[in-house]
Design a protein around this ligand. Structure first.
Ligand code: CTP
Length: 419
């Protein structure tokens, strides 16, 4: 841990262990943090499990560091937010029972060994003790370390996917992200869970969350291809099928996202949306509408997904045809970056690709020299005509029709006479 974690973080773990010892509770780091630590993958997403009152302990940690806490009483979990914005989760060790398949569980207090028993895969059951005398000791009650070494995704028991069908998606995400393999029996149980239609029992919001996780992976294309291997695309919509066309478009999106990153203009806010646009692309527009109405994606992104499915057939020919930079600018200026990146991936036209590229790198930075204040100083009466004139000035500058301030003055005078 000392070698692989930033030293302030390591210190925080040590101090948390010392505090736990003083307060007579046992604290462990668990789950993805431990898995990634052992794999050497940077991950400071810390989950702590407390044998004892997790909420009280989290509050004590928060007091010690002047951090904030957000408590979820029902699940005995707390999010601790530090002054620098970093967060970690604290939970009370618990056992869960499921009243019905695919429902949220009911919860009881327990020990770390019982707590990890309810988890999805062996590689996520590893825990590290933090209490001072045994700080750093690995708790491996399900052979998680061996499976990490063998690069295997394995469920803990045969009913795992029945308890929680989202695990079918999780298994595929881990398999693809970590370059692991599904244990044979686990793959059989997954196939069976899909065949039984268990995924249909998930609420739209849980299904949407899983899909969002898949699309947000660093390499979503191979993860989506794997969902298709397991016949999971049908749960997004029965008409959604994997095809060479879809694979090609997704690969083009991957390249376009990388191209955008290479422009160093700042990261896309939601790269997952671009993959979502490609995934829904083969579906007829009413089907996309129906799918988005069922899924519970964030509103703004859902609107972009819908807009693209309605408009790309109209927009792409326009962007391919436009001759003047101002035409390209006007066609694209209201679109979010994600949509532009998707259109670049979707078009085969070199002209359209260039136009979209120019939009990012050139057109968006162009401004006329004259401003509204200059128009006022020239004696023009403020009103709606200002907008019209400034837009025409911008078009002229985009098209190279004006170069100097004097050119702009002349154009304003001409336009003012017509307004
Ligand atoms: N978990 C589970 N079943 C689920 C969801 C979560 O058993 N359906 C358990 C897993 O053991 C996981 C832990 O809860 O390690 C935390 O969940 P999450 O944060 O989603 O897992 P990470 O492994 O941290 O995920 P990621 O690496 O994708 O961030």
């Amino acid at each position: 841990m000392k070698d692989r974690l930033p030293s302030p973080f390591f210190l925080l773990l040590q101090e948390t262990g010392a505090l736990a010892e003083r307060r007579h509770v046992r604290v462990h780091a668990v789950g993805g943090f431990v898995r990634d630590l052992l794999l050497g993958i940077p991950n400071l997403d810390l989950d702590l499990v407390v044998e004892g009152d997790g909420i009280r302990f989290a509050k004590a940690v928060a007091r010690r560091y002047q951090a904030r806490v957000t408590t979820h009483e029902r699940f005995g979990t707390v999010v601790v937010t530090f002054a620098d914005g970093h967060t970690f989760d604290v939970a009370t060790a618990r056992t869960e029972s499921y009243d019905s398949p695919a429902a949220l569980p009911t919860v009881q207090r327990s020990s770390i060994k019982q707590d990890v028993r309810r988890r999805d895969f062996t590689i996520n059951t590893l825990a590290i003790r933090l209490n001072t005398p045994r700080f750093g000791e690995l708790v491996d009650s399900h052979g998680g370390r061996r499976d990490l070494q063998d690069k295997t995704i394995r469920v803990l028991h045969g009913l795992s996917f029945i308890d929680d069908p989202t695990r079918v998606f999780r298994a595929i995400r881990y398999e693809q992200r970590l370059g692991f393999q599904l244990d044979w029996n686990t793959a059989v149980l997954m196939t069976e869970a899909v065949r039984m239609g268990l995924v249909h029992r998930l609420s739209p919001s849980r299904l949407s969350a899983e899909l969002l996780h898949v699309l947000s992976e660093r390499e979503p294309v191979k993860t989506l291809a794997r969902l298709a291997d397991f016949n999971l695309l049908q749960f997004i919509h029965p008409r959604l099928k994997w095809s060479s066309g879809l694979a090609q478009l997704l690969n083009a999106v991957e390249k376009a996202v990388a191209w955008h990153a290479g422009l160093s203009l700042g990261r896309l806010t939601s790269p997952w949306v671009v993959y979502g646009m490609a995934l829904l692309d083969p579906l007829p527009q009413p089907v996309v509408q129906e799918t988005l109405a069922r899924l519970t994606f964030p509103r703004r992104q859902a609107q972009s997904l819908l807009w693209v499915s309605q408009e790309n057939a109209r927009l792409l020919p326009t962007v391919t045809r436009t001759v003047k930079p101002s035409e390209t600018f006007r066609a694209l200026c209201h679109l979010p970056d994600e949509t532009l990146v998707f259109l670049r991936a979707k078009t085969r036209s070199a002209r359209a690709k260039q136009n979209i590229s120019d939009m990012f790198t050139v057109y968006r930075r162009v401004r006329p020299i004259l401003t509204g204040n200059d128009l006022k100083a020239m004696g023009l009466k403020p009103g709606p005509s200002y907008n019209k004139i400034l837009n025409r000035l911008l078009d002229a500058r985009l098209n190279g029709a004006v170069e100097t301030e004097a050119d702009e003055h002349r154009l304003v005078h001409r336009l003012a006479k017509r307004c």
